[in-house]
Design a protein. Structure first.
Length: 108
């Protein structure tokens, strides 16, 4: 079972939506986190170590992770989805975008 980690800033809308829509997929174990201090679940080296594939919503999230957890990223697959912070939790358009972009990288 592949482990997927979704990351945005606050872990309240984008990455949490991704976690909710993919968490019941039989081939994947899914978690989400945020890069900011006030995040619902803050990203840690442990979460990076747990994940096989890391999906970030924006380039700034990739930069923050690479800066802070450089040593933990060896051998990890890291993908920028380029999804701006324009959506609420479980927004229908956000769900469509996530399914399309994530589906282009992994088998759904």
């Amino acid at each position: 079972m592949q482990k997927l980690l979704f990351v945005c800033s606050q872990n309240k809308w984008r990455s949490l939506t991704a976690e909710k829509i993919f968490e019941n997929h039989e081939d994947y174990s899914v978690k989400s986190a945020g890069t900011e201090n006030g995040a619902r679940v803050k990203i840690t080296a442990g979460l990076i170590g747990w994940a096989d594939i890391i999906f970030v919503m924006e380039k700034k999230h990739r930069s923050r992770i690479q800066e802070k957890f450089k040593d933990s990223l060896n051998g990890k697959s890291l993908h920028v989805l380029n999804i701006p912070d324009d959506y609420q939790f479980m927004d229908e358009e956000l769900i469509e975008i996530l399914e399309e972009k994530v589906g282009a990288i992994i088998d759904l």
